[in-house]
Each structure stands twice: as structure tokens, then as C-alpha cells.
Design a protein around this ligand. Structure first.
Ligand SMILES: CC(C)(COP(=O)(O)OP(=O)(O)OC[C@H]1O[C@@H](n2cnc3c(N)ncnc32)[C@H](O)[C@@H]1OP(=O)(O)O)[C@@H](O)C(=O)NCCC(=O)NCCS
Length: 409
């Protein structure tokens, strides 16, 4: 079997990295035109690449530096892993495992406490210590049935903006509320061109509408309308597919939904990956106008530095618990192995007997406030050494709002 080696990608290798990634994800070949648009947002920094013994690229793992909002509102340095692929004729030979090891070691050495990604499949990243930490739901609102309760979302104005205005205004608008929820990430400047090129200024034809309230612009929606008529249903209206809907205030949020549900010749409005606690049905006189069509993992998180990550967030009102944390594979980040006392007054390493024992992947899935320790006990992923501790941990880690990322990368 041929050998391979992994190293940081060098300047000049970025396009080959992108081509390999796109091919692994079954995308279209990267044309010169596409590359010209991508080049600024696809630097060599943050990329690890695998090469065969002829020096040919066979794998790529990419990330960019950002910040993630953790419970309590602190923004923690985070590596957003935005591209992972292995050439189809090189899979299942440990290439990804080697690239992940190199990436985790680099992040630990650089003092980056968290990594995060969106996974193409649910089976890939647990073994590298990642846990599914936020979820999103798919919703379809049947417009003919969807009547808003009186007064909902009436006090603002929604206006379309041109693609050029969207490029100008939307990033600043997003920055206003980017810290609101656990799981949000900061969108660096290099994130936006890809988004706009793909959806708004290119051929996809997404529309951008901005909501204004008493203090000016306070929310936006990016959506496309899809013609879903066929011979059997020639009268059916369009489907509005929401790509993004973000708002700084509840009123702006309701106003954007009011707008979408007011568009003529529309049969349904669909959102995917919406926050689990988004109360759309509560806006309507008939809550059954909203169908939840799916629940799907959103952001996977890896605690690179367990102590720093635990220290950064706040906790609910309960007596402390002692967690014993085990790395998934000892060789990955063994410094994380150990016991941590976690409470409202802080987090420290301890030698005390543990109350609960769990893998770093399970801790990651609970870290932002999604789910319960008690459920992970039921699932056999948390070992209980003190019977009362799971309920305490549930209260400590609970967050008022469901964690949600809402940014695809
Ligand atoms: C997913 C992918 C990167 C895995 O790369 P790889 O080099 O084959 O992974 P490895 O050989 O290091 O696999 C490590 C382990 O994970 C398992 N594994 C990896 N990918 C898997 C998958 N998609 N399904 C099931 N198991 C998988 C391997 O079987 C292996 O298990 P083992 O240690 O018990 O033998 C590669 O298959 C790929 O590029 N897929 C298409 C693009 C993609 O999905 N990228 C991820 C985007 S988030």
C-alpha cells in the first residue's frame, strides 16, 4: 500500500485543495471564474493537506479562525472547520485520521479552545472528539391556513434591497445580533463574498429583504421563490424557501415572518435548520398550519481545551458536579483527561471523586446547552457515580434559549 504524509498546505496549493474538496463533495469542477471569486476566501493558512508518495494531493482539512458565542455570552476563539475531503481512491486508509490529528494538535498548540463544523454525515466526527451540539428544525408553513394573530409583526416596515445594497448592509446588520445566542459564530469578512456570490449576486436569484423598526434596520431575510406547479396542481402557488432569517428584536423577527406570509401566489413558506425554539406556530391563529418536517444536527463542537471551554461559559443554579472527562482516543489531546469541578462559582481541575464520567465528545454535545445529562445517562453515554448528580448537571448546563449556529460554513 502506498504511503502518505500530512503537512500544512503551502501558498500556491489552495486551488488544488479546493478542487479536491469539490470533487469529494460531488460538486462541479472549479472554473477559472469560480476560482477568481473564491481565491480571497480560501487562504493556505488553516489548511492541512495529505500527499501520496508521488507528492500528489489526496486529502484536505481546512479551517478558519472565528469566535463562537458560549452560554453567558462570551465569545470564544474557535476554529471553524470548513472543508474536509479525501480523494475517493484514497478513502479508509487513515488519511482523515492523520489530518484531524494534525489539525487538533495545531489548534491546541495555538491555544484555540474550540473547533466547530457542520458534518456531511453523522458517523464521521465523534471519533475525533466532536459532539453534535446544536440542532435545527425544518418547517413548512401552509400559507392558505396561516393567519397571523391580530397585531403580530405590524409595527415595522420590510423593504427589498438590491444585491449591491445587501452586500453593503447585511454584514453590518448581522454583526449587531451575532452574539445573541449560544452557538452563533462571528462571520469573518472572508465568509461573506462566497455567500453573496452563490446566492444573491449570482444566478441563484435569492431576494434580500430588510426589516426596519423604531431604531432603524433590525433584521433581514434571504429567500428564493420556487415554482412548484405541475399538471396536477396548476393552481398551486410558489414555495418560498428561507435561506436566512435573522432579527435583532422579537418584533423584527415577527415582522419578517409577517412579510413572508403576506407574499401573493405562495402556497407555502419553508425554512430548514431553523432554531429548535423558534415559536412560529405561536404567531398564528391555527398552530397546525406549521409542520415540522425534520430535526437535524447543526453544529458539531470539539473542546480542544476542556478547562478553558468550561471556564468560559456560565452555569445555572445548582450545586457543583465533578465531571471526569475522557478523551475519545487517548492519543488525541490527552491533556484534557481529568476531573473538573463545575459550578456557578467557577470551574477547576480537581482530584475529588467524580460524580459523572463521560467522553469529551458527549461533553461537547452538552456544552452549549443542548439536551440533558439525564438523557445521555439513559443512552449510556454518561456513567453515573452519584445518583443525584445528573439532575444537578442538567440545571447547571441548561440555557434559556436553544443553542443554534445559523451560519453554514
Ligand atoms: C469522510 C472522509 C473525509 C473520510 O476520510 P477517510 O480518509 O476515509 O477516513 P479514515 O480512513 O481516516 O477513517 C477513519 C475511521 O472513520 C471511519 N469513517 C470515515 N468516514 C466514514 C464514513 N463516511 N462513513 C462511515 N465510516 C467512516 C472509517 O471507517 C475509519 O474507521 P476505523 O478507524 O474503525 O477503521 C472521506 O470519506 C470523504 O472525503 N468523503 C466525502 C466528502 C465528505 O463527506 N467530507 C466530509 C465533509 S464534513
Amino acid at each position: 500500500m502506498s504511503e502518505f504524509h500530512v503537512r500544512a498546505a503551502a501558498e500556491g496549493e489552495q486551488r488544488a485543495c479546493l478542487e479536491l474538496l469539490v470533487e469529494a463533495l460531488h460538486g462541479k469542477p472549479v472554473s477559472d471564474e469560480v476560482w477568481a471569486k473564491m481565491v480571497a476566501s480560501w487562504p493556505a493558512a488553516g489548511k492541512f493537506a495529505a500527499f501520496d508518495d508521488q507528492g500528489t494531493l489526496v486529502g484536505i482539512a481546512s479551517s478558519f479562525d472565528t469566535e463562537l458565542t458560549v452560554p453567558g455570552g462570551r465569545k470564544l476563539a474557535t476554529a471553524a472547520v470548513d472543508g474536509v475531503g479525501v480523494r475517493a481512491d484514497w478513502t479508509r486508509r487513515g488519511v482523515l485520521t492523520s489530518m484531524m490529528a494534525a489539525q487538533l494538535a495545531d489548534l491546541a498548540a495555538r491555544g484555540v479552545p474550540l473547533a466547530a463544523l457542520h458534518a456531511s454525515e453523522g458517523v464521521i466526527y465523534g471519533r475525533f472528539g466532536y459532539g453534535a451540539a446544536t440542532y435545527g428544525k425544518g418547517v413548512v408553513v401552509e400559507r392558505p391556513r396561516a393567519r397571523l394573530r391580530d397585531g403580530v409583526g405590524c409595527d415595522g416596515v420590510v423593504r427589498f434591497v438590491t444585491p449591491a445594497e445587501a452586500v453593503e448592509r447585511v454584514p453590518a446588520l448581522y454583526r449587531r445580533f451575532a452574539g445573541d445566542r449560544p452557538g452563533f459564530i462571528a462571520r469573518p469578512d472572508m465568509w461573506w463574498p462566497g455567500f453573496f456570490d452563490r446566492l444573491v449576486t449570482g444566478d441563484e436569484g435569492y431576494r434580500v429583504a430588510v426589516h426596519s423598526g423604531p431604531d432603524g434596520d433590525d433584521g433581514f431575510v434571504v429567500y428564493q421563490s420556487v415554482d412548484v406547479r405541475d399538471r396536477q396542481t396548476p393552481e398551486r402557488g410558489a414555495l418560498l424557501q428561507i435561506r436566512e432569517l435573522h432579527a435583532a428584536t422579537p418584533r423584527a423577527w415577527a415582522g419578517l415572518w409577517r412579510f413572508l406570509l403576506s407574499v401573493d401566489l405562495v402556497s407555502s413558506v419553508e425554512g430548514r435548520g431553523r432554531p429548535m425554539d423558534e415559536p412560529i406556530a405561536e404567531l398564528l391563529t391555527d398552530p397546525r398550519a406549521v409542520n415540522t418536517t425534520e430535526v437535524i444536527d447543526d453544529l458539531w463542537v470539539r473542546l480542544i481545551d476542556v478547562l478553558a471551554a468550561l471556564e468560559a461559559r456560565t452555569y445555572g443554579p445548582a450545586e457543583p458536579v465533578v465531571l471526569e472527562v475522557l478523551e475519545v482516543l487517548d492519543r488525541q489531546l490527552p491533556a484534557n483527561n481529568g476531573r473538573y469541578v463545575v459550578g456557578q462559582s467557577g470551574v477547576q481541575r480537581t482530584t475529588a471523586e467524580p460524580d459523572l464520567r463521560l467522553g469529551v465528545d458527549t461533553l461537547a454535545s452538552l456544552y452549549l446547552g443542548h439536551g440533558l445529562f439525564s438523557d445521555q445517562v439513559l443512552a449510556g453515554r454518561v456513567e453515573v457515580l452519584d445518583e443525584a448528580a445528573a439532575a444537578r448537571a442538567d440545571t447547571l448546563f441548561h440555557t434559556a434559549r436553544a443553542p443554534w449556529c445559523g451560519t453554514f460554513f
